[in-house]
Design a protein. Structure first.
Length: 114
């Protein structure tokens, strides 16, 4: 059985930082991940939310300025907006997994059953 000094649970930004620090110190480090590499913030949370929220803010600002020099209708093309969001979200898992290969001794993919 292989032994590790550090077991990092999750491959988000915090896990990435920890794995890099411990690996650089020569500690045998493993990562456990049940979902795509990258974590909630880059893939499903903070970053994608900012794109969607920004689009809504643009619409709100245009509506607030209607009759004050802004004319015409503004709408969100959800298909294009989601495609834009995915253009920077989709590459994250492969890039993060590649980065982890340089940081950790072992990767474990697990399926969680609740």
């Amino acid at each position: 059985m292989k032994k590790f000094d550090v077991l990092v649970i999750g491959s988000g930004p915090a896990g990435s930082s920890l794995a890099g620090l411990t690996s650089n110190k020569g500690l045998q480090t493993a990562i456990v991940e049940s979902r795509a590499y990258g974590g909630t913030c880059p893939l499903r949370g903070c970053n994608p939310k900012k794109v969607l929220a920004s689009a809504a803010k643009v619409i709100a600002h245009a509506e607030n300025m209607r009759g004050k020099g802004i004319e015409g209708s503004t709408h969100i093309n959800w298909q294009d907006l989601i495609a834009f969001k995915q253009s920077f979200v989709d590459p994250v898992p492969a890039a993060e997994e590649k980065a982890y290969r340089n940081k950790v001794s072992q990767h474990f993919r697990v399926k969680l059953a609740l």
